[in-house]
Design a protein around this ligand. Structure first.
Ligand SMILES: Cc1cc2nc3c(=O)[nH]c(=O)nc-3n(C[C@H](O)[C@H](O)[C@H](O)COP(=O)(O)O)c2cc1C
Length: 285
């Protein structure tokens, strides 16, 4: 199993559609969406991530991901996505940002085992056995926190557990901790998906199930038609967003991943400082 990682602002629905061919060519069979807040009464189907005709519209299997700490709100959201045809869902237990984790959401759930358990229970009951998954970091401060929670997670029929093999405190720095990842994998009753700087040329682990985000996004910039693909992405983005500013923001975020690639090295400073779509199009000539 090879899953496209959720990267908020990057591996969004418009990205998955524009680059669907490249995503399929790279062997991805599924994508987990960037997180959607699970709030009671706020319909997740109104989120752009899930808007449109629902699950059937995407060529790739899509698993909506939710962030939150209210089991009732999660149930409400899961009922809604089921009504649109989604068969699977994922819980974010990994978001490392202090503003999120200090409120007990994302990786903060690793610090509140009772709430974590209530969320996992709600998810498994609502989606049905083997249809709900969890994505987590190794811990908040210490890499042994998730390992200590495995007895709780093992009580539920999770579809899989994705482990980004870093602590929240590490953010995106340092190397993934493969040893702790393997300890979790050995303790887990559910399949465990590896995530973090996965390098196809030098796999960090022999695990068959992987989730890949940034390395795939970078690889797109190395394609011989990356420029044409980007122009298409600009058009698709302009069609769904209002005004130039959000389009510029979206494209700059993507090209920032390509700034060390020879073709994009000189273009990146021009892309970064573009203030209109006309300027942006000139910059990537
Ligand atoms: C810009 C950005 C946005 C992210 N958004 C999410 C998110 O919405 N949900 C989530 O679970 N992880 C999110 N992540 C974490 C990634 O899914 C992934 O765990 C991390 O980037 C490590 O994998 P990689 O090295 O393959 O990119 C995000 C990471 C980045 C860099």
């Amino acid at each position: 199993m090879k899953i496209l990682a959720p990267l908020r602002g990057v591996t969004i629905r418009c990205f998955r559609r524009t680059f669907s061919r490249q995503i399929a060519d790279a062997g991805f069979t599924e994508a987990v969406t960037p997180f959607i807040s699970a709030m009671n009464g706020v319909d997740p189907l109104r989120d752009r991530e899930l808007q449109g005709l629902g699950a059937a519209e995407e060529a790739l299997a899509v698993t909506p991901q939710f962030i939150g700490k209210d089991p009732a709100a999660l149930r409400f959201c899961l009922k809604r996505i089921k009504s649109a045809g989604y068969k699977t869902a994922d819980l974010n237990c990994g978001c490392p940002f202090p503003m999120v984790r200090n409120k007990g959401r994302g990786s903060g759930l690793l610090r509140t085992p009772d709430i974590l358990e209530a969320m996992v229970k709600a998810g498994c009951e609502e989606m049905g056995e083997g249809n709900f998954s969890v994505k987590a970091r190794l811990g908040v401060d210490s890499p042994d926190e998730l390992a200590r929670l495995m007895p709780i997670l093992n009580r539920y029929p999770l579809r899989f557990l994705t482990v980004h093999a870093r602590t929240a405190r590490q953010m995106y720095t340092g190397k993934p901790d493969i040893q702790t990842f393997e300890e979790i994998r050995a303790a887990a009753k559910m399949p465990v998906v590896y995530n973090g700087d996965y390098n196809a040329d030098a796999p960090q682990t022999d695990i068959p199930d992987i989730m890949v985000g940034r390395p795939f996004v970078v690889s797109l910039g190395k394609l011989s038609d990356s420029r044409e693909l980007l122009l298409n992405y600009i058009d698709q983005s302009a069609a769904e967003l209002h005004g130039q500013r959000p389009v510029l923001g979206r494209i700059k975020e993507l090209v920032s991943y390509w700034q060390d690639i020879p073709y994009w090295k000189n273009r990146w400073p021009l892309v970064k400082t573009s203030t209109s779509l006309a300027e942006l199009t000139l910059a990537i000539r």
